[in-house]
Write a protein that binds this ligand. Structure first.
Ligand code: FES
Length: 162
């Protein structure tokens, strides 16, 4: 990954004339981090160190930007990203039970990834389809009305499927 001064100026555009070099570099950190994450799937320390060298910014400056945004991940994520909605509509219809069942079935807690990197389990506020509560998404595909043990087992099975 090469981030040259030319690219920095291109990213910033006209406003670049009133910014210092340091401010320009900070301005493209987010874009560079997004690119790294798109390529690798998360932000490995080595890649952040390389970016730090290229932009002549400290690691802590880069991490302070990255950790501000929820979209950046610092550990490898699973092939399947399973999100259990804990928004009000889903919560009152039993999404906590769905979360507990997934945590037990895969022996991980919310926010963790299975050792084989098959699945990452997360929670989310509301995914916008409260009428299907309780809702879970698997790689952004909605699985709704996860009520009762049969539906729960089906959800767990579909997460386990390749
Ligand atoms: S609260 Fe779960 S989809 Fe809205």
């Amino acid at each position: 990954m090469q981030i040259e001064k030319m690219q920095v100026d291109e990213q910033i555009g006209e406003i670049g004339r009133i910014l210092t070099d340091q401010e320009k570099k900070k301005g493209i950190v987010i874009h560079a981090l997004q690119q790294i994450q798109a390529d690798i799937g998360y932000l490995p320390e080595d890649a952040v160190r390389e970016l730090s060298r290229h932009l002549n910014l400290s690691m802590s400056e880069i991490y302070s930007v990255a950790s501000f945004y929820k979209m950046f991940y610092f550990n490898p994520r699973g092939k399947k990203i399973v999100k259990v909605c804990l928004g009000t509509a889903c919560y009152v219809r039993g999404s906590k039970k769905v979360l507990d069942s997934l945590e037990n079935a895969f022996d991980i807690k919310s926010g963790e990834t299975t050792e084989d990197l098959a699945m990452t389990l997360e929670t989310v506020g509301c995914v916008g389809c409260c009428g299907l509560a309780p809702v879970t998404t698997i790689n952004d595909e909605v699985a709704g009305e996860i009520i009762g043990s049969r539906k729960l087992e089906g959800l767990i099975r579909s997460v386990r499927e390749d």
